[in-house]
Design a binder for this molecule. Structure first.
Ligand SMILES: [Zn+2]
Length: 414
């Protein structure tokens, strides 16, 4: 059995779901069970400094095998938690050997079928071994594929000191799925110059562009009175907010009407009462400066809605969420270039597409650790139809090892 598959099948059976309602760190204690076991496995490989800190972050070092000045320390990072959107308890992984192109029927739910006609990517995996869950849970390849790949690469590097590389740092983190994965991450203590998350999709992909993101809240204030005595006095904040929402562009600038490099504004929560109604929106664009234009438009629409309702007023609050990692990575072109070279050395064609969201790498890049995202082989994540091909996981292990060598040979400071 392939060692990356063996590890993957073990790790997905740990329930590591995170919980956004929790106020602890990590958000759920069960993530610590896997994190502690990963630290022990790293020590068993001979990585003697492997440890887990008070927040649950696991780190370890693979010492350099070449003695050459100027090789930067490179990090590899994956998250252990799975999405709160779908159960990750009692995952029963199934290996469908030598996939033959037919639909994959999952045994525990009659409607859980990976249809070849719905999932064109499957056609690229004829002959591969495909892992799915059994139909009632997610699989957890997001991001246990990344965890298994980094662990397998670490085991191989630890056992083969003849492979040339500089010092390598490894980190496993909790709570990525609820946006807190980097909250207590100690970039200086980690000590890497550059890092890669292994948390991406199809083989060959490297992602280095993410959205820039702000949160925008419009709070409309009206005036409430007894409805029987309201004539000429009541100002209904719900109606002001409704006018604002109705004035958003119907055919553009929304998640449901944009793709590729287009940004959007997106109302996602309304808290309503006659007296006060707040509308929360997210604002997204690949160009950070363009967030301001979208926010100016929203402010203008909110003020127009207020102007139609004498006696109403509005308060606007804007909060920065994360920024496009490309702004940082463009200053360190070797980070992406070396990844492309490592992917080519694994016999794959490097491919990139913009991430219409953020990653831990977006935040880490702005915390001083430039961190693009490499493919891990994940598909249909957060779903009962999640799947991963074993051959993609093996390629990801190869890419990690190639990357350590490419950095050692170039010895560049990025
Ligand atoms: Zn992930």
């Amino acid at each position: 059995m392939s060692s990356v598959l063996d590890r993957f099948l073990r790790y997905v059976q740990y329930d590591t779901q995170s919980d956004e309602r929790s106020t602890t760190y990590p958000s759920t204690g069960k993530q610590l069970v896997l994190l502690r076991d990963l630290a022990s496995e790293l020590r068993e490989m001979g990585l003697t400094d492997a440890s887990i800190d008070q927040y649950g972050y696991v780190t370890a070092t693979i010492p350099a095998t070449v003695d050459k000045a100027g090789i930067p320390v490179i990090g590899f990072i994956a998250h252990v938690d799975t999405s709160p959107e779908m159960s990750g308890a009692g995952v029963k992984p199934i290996v469908h050997r030598a996939y033959d192109g037919r639909d994959l029927v999952l045994p525990d739910a009659p409607d859980a079928v990976l249809r070849a006609s719905d999932i064109p990517e499957l056609a690229h995996h004829i002959g591969h071994d495909i892992v799915t869950a059994s139909g009632t849970t997610l699989l957890g390849s997001d991001d246990k594929a990344g965890v298994a790949e980094i662990m397998s690469a670490a085991a191989r590097l630890a056992a083969h000191p003849e492979i040339p590389h500089g010092a390598i740092r490894i980190a496993f983190t909790p709570d990525e799925e609820i946006g807190r994965g980097t909250k207590h991450f100690d970039v200086a203590g980690f000590g890497a110059a550059y890092a890669y998350t292994l948390d991406g999709g199809p083989r060959g992909e490297i992602e280095f562009e993410s959205f820039s993101a702000d949160a925008f809240t419009a709070t409309f204030h009206g005036f409430n009175t007894h409805p029987g005595y309201a004539k000429g006095r009541m100002v209904n904040a719900i109606k002001v907010a409704a006018a604002f929402i109705a004035s958003l562009p119907p055919d553009s600038l929304s998640p449901e009407t944009t793709g590729e490099y287009e940004g959007f504004v997106h109302p996602y929560v309304v808290q309503a009462s006659v007296d006060t109604t707040s509308v929360k929106l997210i604002v997204r664009d690949f160009v950070t400066a363009a967030l301001k234009d979208k926010e100016a438009m929203l402010t203008d629409l909110a003020e127009r809605a207020v102007a139609q309702h004498p006696g109403a007023r509005v308060e606007i609050a804007i909060e920065e969420q994360y920024r496009n990692m490309r702004e940082v990575l463009d200053r360190h072109p070797d980070v992406v270039e070396h990844a492309r070279e490592a992917i080519r050395r694994a016999g794959l064609e490097p491919r990139s597409k913009p991430i219409r969201g953020g990653t831990d790498g977006s935040r880490l890049s702005f915390m001083g650790l430039p961190t693009p995202n490499l493919f891990a082989g994940e598909h249909n994540f957060h779903s009962r139809l999640e799947w991963v091909a074993v051959q993609d996981m093996e390629k990801a292990v190869e890419v990690i090892i190639n990357l350590t060598t490419v950095w050692a040979l170039s010895g560049s400071q990025g």
